[in-house]
Design a binder for this molecule. Structure first.
Ligand code: AZC
Length: 829
């Protein structure tokens, strides 16, 4: 740091702790400057989108300033840093979140007003950054917000996909996928770092060389691609700290290969090089299972290699002894996707730094920790050996060596139990010999985390049983959480103000334990009235959105009943739809006088199906045909409506969640690792109708089972139910609604046949039939409660009051203490 330059700047400008000012005049001037000079539109004539751009660039300036100060401070203090490696981050929009975290939302709103614009309208111009699939990816985004807010010295690393998660288009009730070329209109939130770039190598051969009497392996790669950094500052709330999310994009390498140029085929040589960019082009949209695809493996290694070169370079700036690496660096691998990093660190230490194997292994196993997000064994990555050996020949050798040593150690501990040895081996023998990335991660990492208490139990008892018996101390869990900044303050400003008013402080935004203070006011009629008012306003906003989308007018007096998440058989959107058919059928068969007792419902479903997931796509279509029938049945009127919200994403969630009364989390027990949607609804005072699965079990402990509507088989009952198989008979009501679909009551009889087949006795793996009766009971209980508004509001307030445990701030504090060993490092000015 140049003290001289700093003194000069101070003298010229009169140094203040923030270089940029936040008074209304300065903000207006900054917005106009950016409109004129960055966006290159006239400062006199510009539209909402250009206002969004100018505004965002001016916010970005403020982020950059904090970012610089934070990183200068980190550099000075040199704390142990956390590097959070994830192939997916689902950030959504940045504008509102940034200005709220910077504490200048109102100032900006005022400045915009002076210029003739409205903040909300301008903020709506922003598209979502959807560089991820679902829960896992959104969790990372929430955790970045908490890491910044809690002043942890952390970096996020990811990939800058050109195409984010596909856009869902609904045509005649069928899902179509459209590419999400999200960078089309520029991205004011990133900073391209042309000078931060690293070569990433692929293919080639491994040769042996003798150096000082030792034989070492040398990888002679066959292809080089350049990784260029794009930085996305992440501001903390109520702190000057802003951390970095560094995303890599692939570019052709400068290290050109003479041969292709010498052939004289200049154009084709360039076209070939251009192919390098495809590596980071597209996010894989399937969140179910891993297919051994070369491009995907290339993405993983591209990401791992670039990130580690960057991390090691930063470490080397201040250290030259790798024994200090674990004291200065924590590497978190988010699911197994980045787990090649283990082999890469070993390769660098052994082949490039010439450390002996055991020292290198000791260091490597002390820096990594691993979190798994699934209970489904088929979602654990397996990389075919042929593929890996071709793309990364040296890494395959290293993984074999790690496995060899592990197997030897294991044999000495458990003897010749070959079944168990083969189950635990990193290498899976079989028709396609493969590397089990989860086993590699468990063998290497000192700590393996699950994402809820139930998830850990399942890991211990089922998924990683053998490993748990060997190393019980490795296995921990950190219950997932979501950030109250985005999910309440940004998306539900009315509720946020109401909470602050009743708690007498805004401190809950940083110290979420304070939310529990709402309990003492729960019976206050004033709070109840205001709480109800806020819900009504949010429902009106959602109703307006629904009307614009679908033309359907919904009544604000109806219960808004919502299920939004990726479409999966285990998440049982089908159970929801069958329940709706049942409700419809009951109303149709009711005496008119009884209809008066029916609680009107607006059922809302949203979510994307993986493009190749046939059954999930049929569920979407079923939802549409059922909606078509019900919504056009004049006889039913406002008693029941069904709406499918297309293209569900983060910003849609921000609109839908605050306007919901009831939210459904229906996974067959033992299938949802945690679930985080439930937490967002809970914070917003929506009541949950749920199975006792994943984090719901802990939510029950916090808010009390009597403040929720629970149903269905329990985690420990499911295996026995599966054993009963075909002898498990579904109830008549269930058979009746399935029959309606099967017989073509809603049309598309042939198309739905395979879907109905999954529900036959003995084939109903997800136990829809078994759980149906208790599901309907839970629904009936929700109806009974809804007609007692006082009781409903009471439960709603208690839901928010009990949601503190599910803030990502809590999760991150746990990780910091018990997994990463990092301390806050707060930028002082
Ligand atoms: C999800 C889990 O399904 C969900 O239960 C959990 O809450 C979430 O991770 C965060 O831990 N898993 C995924 O989203 N998985 C993929 C591959 O996208």
């Amino acid at each position: 740091e140049s003290g001289e330059r700093k003194a000069k700047v101070e003298k010229m400008f009169g140094f203040m702790d923030a270089f940029l000012k936040n008074d209304s005049f300065s903000l207006q001037k900054d917005i106009l400057d950016h409109v004129e000079y960055t966006v290159a539109r006239s400062r006199f004539i510009f539209d909402d989108f250009e206002a969004y751009q100018g505004l965002s660039y001016s916010v970005r300036d403020r982020l950059i300033e904090r970012w610089h100060d934070t990183h200068r401070y980190f550099k000075k203090k040199d704390p142990k840093r956390l590097y959070f490696l994830s192939l997916e981050f689902l950030m959504g929009r940045s504008l509102s979140n940034s200005v709220i975290n910077l504490g200048i939302r109102d100032q900006y709103a005022d400045a915009l007003n002076q210029l003739g614009f409205e903040f909300e309208v301008v903020a709506e111009q922003e598209g979502d950054a959807a560089l991820g699939n679902g829960g896992l990816a959104r969790l990372c985004a929430c955790q970045m917000d908490s890491l910044a807010t809690l002043d942890y010295p952390a970096w996020g690393y990811g990939l800058r996909y050109q195409y984010g998660l596909f856009r869902q288009i609904i045509l005649d009730g069928f899902q179509l996928e459209e590419p999400d070329y999200w960078l089309n209109f520029g991205n004011p939130w990133e900073i391209e770092r042309v000078h931060v770039s690293y070569p990433v190598k692929f293919y080639g051969t491994v040769e042996e060389e003798g150096i000082q009497g030792q034989t070492i392996k040398v990888w002679i790669p066959g292809e080089t691609v350049e990784a260029v950094a794009y930085d996305n500052p992440i501001p903390g709330y109520g702190t000057r700290n802003a951390i970095n999310l560094r995303l890599w994009a692939a570019k052709p390498s400068d290290q050109y290969d003479m041969e292709s140029y010498n052939t004289g085929d200049y154009i084709n040589a360039i076209m070939d090089r251009q192919k390098a960019e495809t590596i980071s082009n597209v996010l894989y949209p399937d969140d179910r299972s891993y297919q051994g695809k070369e491009l995907r493996l290339k993405q993983h290694y591209f990401f791992v290699s670039a990130s580690l070169q960057d991390i090691i370079r930063r470490f080397r700036d201040d250290h030259n002894n790798f024994d200090e690496f674990p004291e200065k660096v924590a590497l978190q691998i988010n699911d197994t996707h980045p787990s090649l990093a283990i082999a890469e660190v070993m390769r660098v230490l052994v082949d490039e730094e010439h450390l002996d194997w055991s020292r290198a292994w000791d260091i490597t196993s002390r820096v990594f920790s691993f979190t798994t997000h699934t209970v489904h064994a088929e979602a654990l990555e397996k990389i075919p050996v042929d593929l890996l050996g071709n793309l990364l020949p040296r890494h395959l050798q290293i993984i074999y060596e790690i496995n060899y040593k592990f197997m030897e150690e294991l044999k000495s501990m458990i003897g010749q139990d070959y079944d168990r040895l083969s189950r635990m081996s990193i290498v899976e023998e079989g028709a396609v010999k493969s590397i089990r990335m989860a086993n590699l991660s468990i063998v290497c990492c000192q700590i393996v985390n699950g994402v809820s208490k139930v998830h850990l139990d399942l890991l211990k008892e089922r998924v990683f049983k053998d490993f748990y018996e060997l190393w019980p101390q490795k296995f921990q869990y950190k219950t997932n959480g979501v950030t109250q900044r985005r999910w309440v303050v940004v998306s539900n400003p009315n509720l946020s103000s109401l909470i602050s008013k009743w708690l007498g402080t805004e401190s809950w935004i940083r110290n979420v334990d304070l939310l529990a203070g709402l309990r003492q006011h729960v019976s206050d009629p004033d709070l109840q009235r205001e709480w109800k008012m806020v819900k009504k306003v949010n429902k009106a906003r959602l109703a307006e959105y629904i009307e614009t989308l679908s033309g359907i007018k919904v009544s604000l007096d109806a219960m808004f009943d919502v299920q939004i998440k990726r479409i999966h058989e285990y998440k049982r959107q089908l159970l929801n739809i069958l329940g709706i058919i049942h409700r419809y059928d009951c109303i149709k068969n009711m005496e008119t006088s009884d209809r008066r007792k029916v609680v009107p419902r607006v059922c809302i479903i949203g979510g994307k199906a993986a493009p190749g997931y046939d059954i999930a796509k049929k569920i979407i279509k079923l939802c549409h045909v059922v909606a078509e029938k019900i919504n056009n049945d004049a006889d039913i009127g406002d008693l029941l409506k069904l709406v499918f919200i297309p293209d569900y994403n983060v910003s849609v969630a921000e609109l839908v969640i605050p306007g919901s009364d009831l939210s459904q989390h229906l996974s067959t027990a033992g299938h949802e690792a945690s679930g985080t949607g439930s937490m967002k609804f809970l914070m917003n005072g929506c009541l949950l109708l749920a199975t006792a699965d994943g984090a719901i079990v802990e939510i029950m402990e916090e808010v009390g089972a009597d403040n929720m509507f629970l149903f269905g088989a329990k985690v420990n009952e499911v295996p026995a139910l599966h054993e009963k198989g075909a002898s498990l008979k579904a109830p008549l009501q269930f058979l009746r609604v399935v029959r309606m679909v099967r017989d073509g009551y809603f049309g598309f009889k042939d198309y739905f046949k395979s879907l109905c087949d999954t529900l036959e006795d003995g084939k109903d793996f997800y136990l829809l039939g078994y759980d149906f009766a208790s599901y309907l009971e839970a629904q009936a209980a929700a109806d009974r409660t809804f007609v007692d508004p006082e009781k409903w509001i009471h439960m709603s307030i208690l839901s928010t009051a009990g949601s503190g445990k599910f803030s990502s701030d809590k999760t991150i504090e746990e990780y910091a203490k018990h997994t990463w060993g990092i301390e806050p490092c707060k930028c002082p000015f």
